[in-house]
Design a protein around this ligand. Sequence first.
Ligand SMILES: Cc1cc2nc3c(=O)[nH]c(=O)nc-3n(C[C@H](O)[C@H](O)[C@H](O)COP(=O)(O)OP(=O)(O)OC[C@H]3O[C@@H](n4cnc5c(N)ncnc54)[C@H](O)[C@@H]3O)c2cc1C
Length: 529
Amino acid sequence: MSQASVEETDVVVVGLGPAGLLASLLLGQKGYNVIALDRWPTPYPLPRAVTFDHEIARILASIGINANNDPTIDYHDDHYLWINKNDDVLLEVDWKSTANDGWRNRYWFSQPELEERLRGILTSLPNVQIRQGFEITDFQQDDAGVSVKYVEVEVDGVATKHKAGGKSGEVRAKFAIGSDGANSFVRRAVGYEMVDLDFYFDWIVVDTKPKVMPKYKTAHFQICDPARPTTVVPGGPGRRRWEFMVLPGEDPQEIAKAETVWKLLEPWGLKEGVDTLERSVAWRFQGKYLENWRAGRTVIVGDAAHLMPPFAGEGMCAAIRDVFNLVWRLDLYLKGIAGDALLDEWSNERREQAKWYIDFSVNLGRIICVTDEAEAAERDKNMMAEYVPGKSADPHAAVLGDGTWDKTNELAGKPSFQGVVAYRGKTGRFDDAVGRGWFLLTNKAKQGESLSDAQLSAFENIGGTVVTVGARGSGADVIDLDGTYAKFMIDQHINHMLLRPDYYVAATASSEADLRTTFESVMKHVVAA
Ligand SMILES: Cc1cc2nc3c(=O)[nH]c(=O)nc-3n(C[C@H](O)[C@H](O)[C@H](O)COP(=O)(O)OP(=O)(O)OC[C@H]3O[C@@H](n4cnc5c(N)ncnc54)[C@H](O)[C@@H]3O)c2cc1C
C-alpha cells in the first residue's frame, strides 16, 4: 500500500451525499481549501430523495440552480392527499402554492441528478479536491485540528472492500464535517450515539420510467389501505416513484423482486416490456436523532445526525438546511471572529428543527403504517371527522431551536419572506437583486434609527449590509416594488428586520432602542469570540 505524506487543508469533508457536496461547494466558494472523501468510487446512482421544499429551492438558487426552470426538476399543481381504501380523503397538504419566499412549496427531482449538478459546480473550484473511492479508517482530533486516515477501496458486490495495493493517506485539517450518512464513522469516532425513536417499518422503494407518463387523480398521494399501505409520487422529470409497505410476515427481499413489483404496479397501468423499472429495493424507514452535533473541531450533519421516514419528503431537506446554516458560522469560526458558542448554537437550532420534522414524519408514518382493518377503520373515522376539504395541514411550522435569534420574538427563528424589489439598477426577488448575507433592513421612514457605531462596525466586520426599504420615489436603497415589505412592517408594527445569511429572521424591532438591545443579545456569539 502506498502512503502519501500528511496533507494539510482547511476543512476535511467525510461523505459526499447532498450534505457533503453542498458543504464542500459553499466552503470552496468562500475560498477555503477542502478535501472531500467518499467511500464509493463512483457517485451513488439510484434515486432516494425525490422531493424538496421551497426553502431548499431558495438555497439552490444561491448556487445557480433555478428549480422553476431546471430540466431536472419539476412541480405539480396538486395538493398531497392522504386517502383511505375507499378513496375518502383523510388529510390534505398544500403542495401546490407558492411560499412567501417566492418559491413553490414542492419540487420533484432525482437525487443522483441533483448530486451530479452539485458535482459539476464543484469542478469549477480548484481549491476543493474530491476523492472518490476512499474510506476513512481513522479519525482523531485535538484542540488545533483533526487528523483523518483513509484507504482506497473497490466495489465488492453491494459493498466496498479495501483495495489490495491501493493508495492510503492522511489529512490534517483545521475542521471536519461528518456527512457520512446513517452509519456515520465520524459520529462513532467522536463517541456519539443517536436517540432512537423506535420507529421501524420495512418498505419497498420502486423507481420507474414510464413510457407514457400516467395521470392519476392527484400527482402525489398516500393510500392508507391496511391491505397494502402505498405511496404514489412523482420522481422528477420522466420518472414516477412507488413505495409499498412490507406486510407483517412478508420477506422484504421477496417483495422487492422484479416479478412481485410488476404485479404491484399492474393496477397503476405500468407493464413489463413497456415501462422501465429503474430499481426496486427494500428499505427500513426509521426515526433517530443526535443530541449534540458538535464535538470539538468536528460537526455531524445530514443523515449522520438525523433519520426520518420519507413520508414528508424532508430528510435531504434537513441535511441541506444543516449545511446552509453551518457554513456562514464555520466561516466566522475559521476566521477567528466567532468561537465554539456559535457552533453550539447551530447544533441547538438544527437539532430542534430536525426533531420537529422527524416527529412530523414519524406521525405521518404512524397514520399510514396500519395493517389492522379495525385499527384502520377507527383511524379513518377520526381523521375524516377532523378533515376540512381544502384546508391544508401546515408542514412548515418548524422553528429553530434556541440559538442565534431572538427567541422572545415570534417573528424570528423562521425563514424570511422576500418580495420583488429594485436595487442599484437590478430588479427581481430580494436575494437576486440585493444579494445574500447578513442584512439589516430599515423602514426608509425611520432611517435615522440605526445600530450604535460599535455595533455597526461589528456588523460590517462580518459582512453585514444595512439598507433602507421604501416605496418608489421614497429615496430608499431598496425599492419595495410589490409593497411586500411595507405591508409586513405595518401589519407587524416593526421598522427593522435583521436577516441571517441562511435567510432566517434573527430579530425585528420597532424602535432604535429595541433594535440595539435585540442586536446585542442575538449577535453576542456572532461578533465576539
Ligand atoms: C427511499 C427514500 C426516499 C427518500 N425521499 C426523500 C425525499 O423525497 N426528500 C428528502 O428530502 N429526503 C428524502 N430521503 C432522504 C435523503 O435521501 C437523505 O436524507 C439524504 O441522502 C441524506 O444526505 P447525506 O448527504 O446526509 O447522506 P448520504 O446521502 O447518505 O451520503 C453519505 C455519504 O457518505 C459516504 N460514506 C459513508 N461512510 C463513509 C466512510 N467511512 N468514508 C467515506 N465515505 C463514507 C457514503 O458513501 C455516502 O455517499 C429519502 C430517503 C430514502 C431512503
